[in-house]
Each structure stands twice: as structure tokens, then as C-alpha cells.
Design a protein around this ligand. Structure first.
Ligand code: PLP
Length: 407
């Protein structure tokens, strides 16, 4: 069925050989966080053992070495997402940190009372709450793109949300609940046709398909290291130069300054203007290592294999009549949100865990989307390229066992 080197790939992830409740773990919670390849684990271990020193500020040998590795990591990220310049790559604490940065700096410098921000119904709380906070500070308001019954953005409704008070659009690339892959290029073009900048939340996209921010033409792109097989506490904000130059710093501290006096401080050049304090430099290097690992496999190959997994899961889950699926767009990642008959998602999750199948249950940090579908939560199985067709079978067998017990 596939020439994808799945056995080799699985052997690159030590945790996948874990047993839980006496069964090999079927880790299907990749939307929450991904597992780590050995070369990333070893790279970080080596730094802690042999190279650690603070970056940018010291003159010593180790510090010089760390600074080079950190800046090389920035170049790796630049190439990975097709950014024109390294100065457009800002290391943050994660997608949440990246979006908060833009929402705060944009909010403080651009937003005025009466202005409007367009979001969508399928946003993660990370791409709602920071904008809501900016609106509260400035007296602006949110306009929301509706989601259709199959879980797609209503693009006609989106077009009608623009007014002369619209200041920015912020939309997810891929839904963490429905798996819908949004037509982001078109969404960007529509925003730009109104002269409005756009932020894309790429937290569920960059690890699954090749992303080129220059081609997308988005103004900002945000994602997290831990969802792209890297460490926690690190993430990326890409921005167009004109915007990054224009926006004020988000946080003050070391490294983001040029000159400091008690009368006035001037700021560092990009990207350092937005990297206050000691950043998670080891995390950045680890994330770059994971990106290099993905590139060695090829994002196109990963995408193709995950599409095969997706199609197989659609067929197998579709054969369970008591399963109600949320998110049935044909433009979909291998992310499945569902409810079994009247079984509470939490119960489903707990029971299948005993079969070694790890999923997530609840609102998935997307309460407005739950409200849209009139539900309190779902079970979510989110696959990635180290998962197997056999794990799809194990999920379905475990779900059938839940139904035998409770359905
Ligand atoms: N955006 C989306 C679509 C997500 O799925 C997530 C995490 O699940 C986030 C943002 C927030 O990511 P993090 O918690 O890593 O900052």
C-alpha cells in the first residue's frame, strides 16, 4: 500500500515502544503534542553536557558556539517555512506566545475604539482570547466567520464581514478539532483585497504539509515547537518586515535594546527587538533539529502518508454506525473529532486508554466551536506520520469495545 519507511521512522521515536496497561501505546494525541525523534533528544542532551552557555552576550568560546547554533537554528526555520529573511523569524514560547505578541503590539499601536478584528468560529482559544483582550483595552470588537455543517469556513460570509473599520484578520490554517485545512491562500487574498493584514495560526499545519509563508503572502504566521516534534517552550512568529518594523516591542528586557538610559531606551534591530531576556535557545536548536529530521524524510512524503492514514481512518471510523463525526470536509488532515452514541467523550477516552489507545477528550480549547455544534466536547484522535494503519484498527476495536460496554 505504501513505500513509506514506517518501521524505520517508528524506531526513531523511543517513546513509541512504551507499553501502557501491557499494550504498546497507540499515541493518537498528536494534535496536543508530538513525540520526539532521537536525534532531537540527543542534540539537546549534547548541548546540556558539552556546550551550554548564554547566547549573544558573552565573549567566551562556549557562548560564541551557542550563539552560532542559535542563529543557525533561525536559518533552518527560515528555510523550513520559506521566509525571505532570517530577521523575520522571531523565537517565542509557542504559538500562544506568538499570537499574544502580535495581538498586544498590534493592539497597542494600531487599534482604536470602534475598530474590528475578524476571527473564525473554529479558532483555538489562543487565537481568540489575546484579540479579545486587545479589544477590551481599545474598545474594538470581534467579527466571526461562521463554520458550515461539514466544518468549513463560510467564505462568502467572510467576504461580507469586512468594513472600513476592519484592522486585521486572524484565522487558523488547520483546525485542531475538525481537521479542516482552510483555503488560506484565498483567505489571505481576500483580506489583502480590503487592505487588511492577516495572521495565520499554523500550530496544526507546519508539521503536516509543506508551508511557504512567502507564497501564502500572510503578514504573520505562528506555530509551536512541541507540535512539530521539537521541545516545549519554544515557538515561532514569522512576520512581514514592514509589520515587524512598525510594531512596538512586546516585552522589555535584555537583548531587545540598543541603548538604555533612564530618560529613554532605543530598541535592537529585528528579530532581537522581539526577543527580550534569555530566550529558550536550546529549545530553538532542538526544534531546528526536528525540522531537519522532517526535511530528511520530506514533508511531501509525510503529507502523502498521512493522507493514506486519513483515508483509511475515514473508511474504518465510518463503518461504526454509532459514531457521529464532526468535521467532514474533503480538505482535511488526519484529525477526527467524534462522539459515540450517548457515551460521554471522557468515558470513551478513559476506556480506550486501557486498550493502550491515547486520545484527547473535551473541548480542545475551542469552546465557541463546541457551541456552534451544540455539544460539550468530543473524543479527538489526531494522527501523524509515525502512526500506522494497524493503530487505526486498534482505535476502532477499542471504540467497539466501548460500545459493547456502554452503547
Ligand atoms: N492554535 C492551535 C490551532 C492549536 O491547536 C494550539 C494548541 O493546541 C495552539 C494554537 C496553542 O499552541 P501552544 O499551546 O503550543 O501555544
Amino acid at each position: 500500500m505504501t513505500d513509506f519507511p514506517i518501521l524505520k521512522i517508528r524506531s526513531d521515536f523511543p517513546i513509541l515502544s512504551q507499553m501502557v496497561y501491557g499494550k504498546p501505546v497507540a499515541y493518537l494525541d498528536n494534535g496536543a503534542t508530538t513525540q520526539k525523534p532521537i536525534r532531537m533528544i540527543e542534540a539537546i542532551d549534547k548541548i546540556h553536557r558539552e556546550q551550554n552557555a548564554s547566547i549573544h552576550r558573552s565573549v567566551n568560546f562556549l557562548s560564541d558556539k551557542m550563539t552560532s547554533l542559535y542563529e543557525e537554528a533561525r536559518t533552518t526555520v527560515q528555510n523550513f517555512i520559506g521566509a525571505p529573511k532570517t530577521s523575520q523569524i522571531i523565537f517565542t514560547s509557542g504559538a500562544t506566545g506568538s499570537i499574544n505578541l502580535v495581538a498586544f503590539s498590534f493592539g497597542e499601536s494600531i487599534l482604536k475604539a470602534g475598530d474590528e478584528i475578524i476571527l473564525s468560529t473554529m479558532e483555538h482559544h489562543s487565537n481568540i482570547v489575546p484579540w479579545q483582550m486587545a479589544c477590551e483595552r481599545k474598545g474594538a470588537s470581534l467579527k466571526i466567520i461562521p463554520v458550515t455543517d461539514i466544518g468549513e469556513l463560510d467564505i462568502e460570509a467572510y467576504k461580507n464581514l469586512f468594513s472600513d473599520r476592519t484592522r486585521i484578520v486572524a484565522v487558523t490554517h488547520v483546525s485542531n478539532v475538525l481537521g479542516t485545512i482552510n483555503p488560506v491562500k484565498e483567505i489571505v487574498q481576500i483580506a489583502h483585497s480590503h487592505g487588511v493584514p492577516i495572521l495565520l495560526d499554523g500550530a496544526q499545519a507546519v508539521q503536516h504539509e509543506p508551508v511557504n509563508v512567502a507564497d501564502l503572502d500572510c503578514d504573520f504566521y505562528a506555530f509551536s515547537g512541541h507540535k512539530i516534534y521539537g521541545p516545549t517552550g519554544i515557538g515561532v512568529l514569522y512576520g512581514k518586515e514592514e509589520w515587524l518594523e512598525r510594531l512596538p516591542p512586546y516585552q522589555g528586557g535584555g537583548d531587545m535594546i540598543d541603548q538604555v538610559t533612564f530618560e529613554k531606551t532605543t530598541y535592537n534591530v529585528l528579530p532581537f527587538k522581539f526577543e527580550a531576556g534569555t530566550t529558550n535557545f536550546i529549545g530553538a536548536i532542538g526544534m531546528a533539529e526536528s525540522m531537519n529530521y522532517l526535511s530528511s524524510i520530506g514533508l511531501e512524503n509525510i503529507q502523502r502518508y498521512e493522507q493514506q492514514l486519513r483515508d483509511y481512518a475515514i473508511q474504518k471510523l465510518g463503518a461504526i454506525p454509532q459514531l457521529r463525526m464532526y468535521g467532514t470536509s474533503e480538505h482535511k488532515a488526519a484529525v477526527f473529532s467524534f462522539i459515540l452514541n450517548n457515551v460521554h467523550p471522557y468515558d470513551t477516552g478513559l476506556i480506550i486508554d486501557k486498550y493502550g489507545v491515547a486520545v484527547r477528550t473535551g473541548t480542545h480549547c475551542a469552546m465557541p466551536l463546541m457551541q456552534r455544534f451544540g455539544i460539550h466536547g468530543t473524543v479527538r484522535a489526531s494522527f501523524c506520520f509515525y502512526n500506522t494503519m494497524e493503530e487505526v484498527d486498534r482505535l476502532c476495536d477499542a471504540l467497539n469495545a466501548v460500545l459493547d460496554l456502554m452503547g
